[in-house]
Each structure stands twice: as C-alpha cells, then as structure tokens.
Design a protein around this ligand. Structure first.
Ligand code: 1CP
Length: 344
C-alpha cells in the first residue's frame, strides 16, 4: 500500500506540495487542557509515568489542531532516571538530578538493559497512542542525545553554558567517554522499545550540541548520533531517524551524511535559504520558525512562515518551530501558523 502518512513520506525523501507540520512541545503549558490534565496528575513525572494521562496530553494538540505528527509525551531525563540517577522537578524552575562526576557515581549506574524496568509505562503510552491516533497521524518517539543528557547528569540541572560537562570531558575524558557510551546503549534500548510499541519514527534531541566545538562536535554530537542511528536501523530496518543538533550552525551541513539520519531538524539560527542550499541537498529537513512568533503573532508570523515554506519547497520538508513552544504562547497563533502553512 502506498504510504499515506505525510511525515513518513517526507522522511522517505518525497517533496510534497504542502509540507506536513507538527510542533516541538506541542503538548505543553500554553494549552489550557494540558494544564488541567497536569493538575490531575499532580506533578510532571507522574504525568510522564501514567500512560492514560500521558497519552491524553499527547492527543490534545492533535484534536485541537490536526497536526500531522504526534510526539510521545515523556522527557529526555527519564533515561538517566532509569539508569539510577535521582530525578525530580522543582515547580517554576525545572529538573534536578543527582550528579555524576566521579568514578564511584558512574559505577553506581545500572547497565543499559536495565532501563526498561523504569520505562515500561512509557512504552504503554506508545501502545495506547498507536491505537488511538488518527490513521493519517505519524507517531514520533524520542530520546535525548548522549551529550545533552550527560550535561544534565553531570551538573544535576540545566546550565547556561554546560560548564560542568565541558569540565569533566576535558579533565577526565576516559570517564566522560564511558558515560557517553552508556547513554548511547541506553538510548538504543529505549528507542527500540518505543518502536516495538508503535513509534513510526524517532527523534534524537541534542539541545546543547551548539556548545561543542571542532573535534568535540565530531566526537560527542556526530559520532554518538551515527552509532545510535546505525544500531537502531540494524534492529529496525527502514526506521526513519530525525537528528536535532541544536545550535550546530555551519556544522548542520554534512550532518545527515555523517550520521545517517533521514532528516535534520533545524533551529532558528540558520536561514531557510541557507538550509535549502546546504542541508536539504542531503535529504529531508525539519523546521525552523522562531518560537517567539507563537507569542507575538501578527503579520510577521505569517510572513516568516510563508518564507520558510517557500525557501524549502524544492525538497523534502517537515514544518516545525526552531525550538519548543513556550508557556506564554497564544494558542490562536498556532492556528495562524498552521493556516499559513496549509494555505488556509
Ligand atoms: O511544567 C511542565 O509541565 C513541564 C514542562 C515540560 C514538558 C511539557 C518538561 C520539563 N518536559 C516536557 C515534555 C517534553 N520534553 C517533551 C514532550 C513532548 C512534546 O514536545 O510535546 C519533549 C520532546 C521534551 C524534550 C526535552 N526535555 C528536551 C529536549 C528538547 C528541548 O526543549 O531542547 C530537554 C532539554 C528537556 C529537559 C527539560 N524537561 C523539562 C524542562 C523544563 C526541561 C529543560 C530544563 C533546562 O534546560 O533547564
């Protein structure tokens, strides 16, 4: 049967007359229905680990907007938790984890194969979604990339410059490499189970790839993504993989070739015209409207949306924001963006 899901068609390299669209953090605090379900769950982690509620918040933006893709509701920090790190969320501030900077702390982590014990509820969420999503909607699984997850594990929280992770990488490269390899193996385990449960493509979020320079970018952004992609495709032939080396700048060029991903997700730091000439030449691209337009709206939102659609119309493209939508966004601006993409 010919593929009818537009996101899978774009990921396979097809140029479509209207790009499919979904949005990073589409299930999130800007939506009143999300806030209501989250209040019912109590806290953020309970929401992630209660399959019925996690599936419900995943479905909310699909019902409201008819996005072409639904991203599993979970978090990149569930994997370190499954490896044995303590994880909690401080309301209004963000995630906190027990830190991992010494040999002894590394040794206390569990092996990659042990992650399923904690992550089983996430796979159940995927199974519910694969039953309940509309036939035309692509179910997207995801995980964090090793470098980005390591930055949180080493610092115990989000940091402006990922300083603690850079310090460990430079002072104790052997220990740092072992952590990266463990995260790679855990990520392959985690994403494989999501695929077995019904995820139709997966995205690897390297949100802090932009702070890696030169050889470090190769070693800790390109190489882990290449090894993860190869391992996943060996287990699941034909599985489409989206890579998101956020902040890569010029290093976006060649990233798909070097890693084997089927699609490169672009942040808003590169122009769509540049991406058409330097990134889309290797295959599908995703992106890249600045998420601030979801707050400010107006004519600029429509003009920038149309500019991106036009610039990337000559090749495979999935429309998205350059980063996650923020809690202060206006839900009506999301509809305006969709209408501008679909020509409504
Ligand atoms: O209060 C709330 O309800 C929590 C806000 C929230 C949400 C909605 C967090 C906490 N995580 C999520 C869900 C989430 N996280 C998804 C699900 C689906 C969707 O997109 O709709 C995804 C894909 C993520 C991925 C994620 N979590 C990333 C990578 C993408 C990115 O934004 O760069 C990162 C870095 C995280 C860590 C994290 N989780 C939550 C916060 C606030 C953060 C960032 C913390 C920091 O850097 O300080």
């Amino acid at each position: 049967m010919a593929e009818t899901k537009t996101i899978l068609r774009a990921l396979a390299g097809e140029t479509l007359p209207v790009p499919p669209i979904w949005m990073m953090r589409q299930a999130g605090r800007y939506l009143p229905e999300y806030r209501a379900t989250r209040a019912k769950a109590g806290d953020f982690l309970s929401l992630c680990y209660t399959p019925d509620l996690a599936a419900e918040v995943t479905l909310q933006p699909i019902r409201r907007y008819g996005f072409d893709g639904a991203i599993l509701f979970a978090d990149i920090l569930l994997l370190p938790q499954a490896l044995g790190a303590d994880l909690w969320f401080v309301t209004g501030e963000g995630p906190r984890l027990s830190t991992m900077t010494t040999e002894a702390e590394f040794e206390a982590l569990k092996p990659a194969e042990a992650v399923h014990e904690t992550l089983n509820p996430v796979y159940e969420t995927v199974r519910i979604l694969s039953r309940e999503l509309p036939a035309e909607t692509t179910l997207i699984g995801f995980a964090g990339a090793p470098w980005t997850v390591a930055t949180y594990m080493i610092a115990g929280r989000g940091t402006p410059d990922q300083g603690p992770a850079h310090k460990l990488k430079d002072e104790n490269p052997a220990l740092f490499d072992r952590l990266i390899r463990l995260l790679e193996a855990g990520t392959v385990e985690y994403l494989s189970k999501q695929v077995e449960a019904g995820a139709e493509c997966v995205k690897v979020f390297d949100s802090w790839a932009g702070s890696l320079r030169g050889a470090d970018f190769e070693r800790y952004a390109v190489e882990p993504c290449r090894r993860i992609t190869a391992a996943l495709k060996a287990r699941h032939p034909g599985l489409p993989v989206i890579g998101f080396p956020r902040g890569a700048g010029e290093a976006y060029e060649g990233f798909a070739r070097a890693t084997g991903v089927d699609c490169v997700a672009l942040d808003d730091g590169v122009s769509p015209e540049w991406a058409a000439a330097h990134v889309q030449t290797d295959g599908c691209v995703q992106g890249n409207l600045a998420s601030s337009h979801m707050v400010t709206g107006g004519a600029a939102l429509v003009e920038e949306t149309q500019r991106i659609v036009r610039a990337l119309s000559g090749g495979p493209h999935i429309f998205n924001l350059g980063h996650g939508i923020t809690p202060d966004a206006d839900p009506e601006n999301v509809q305006r963006m969709i209408d501008a993409v679909r020509g409504g």
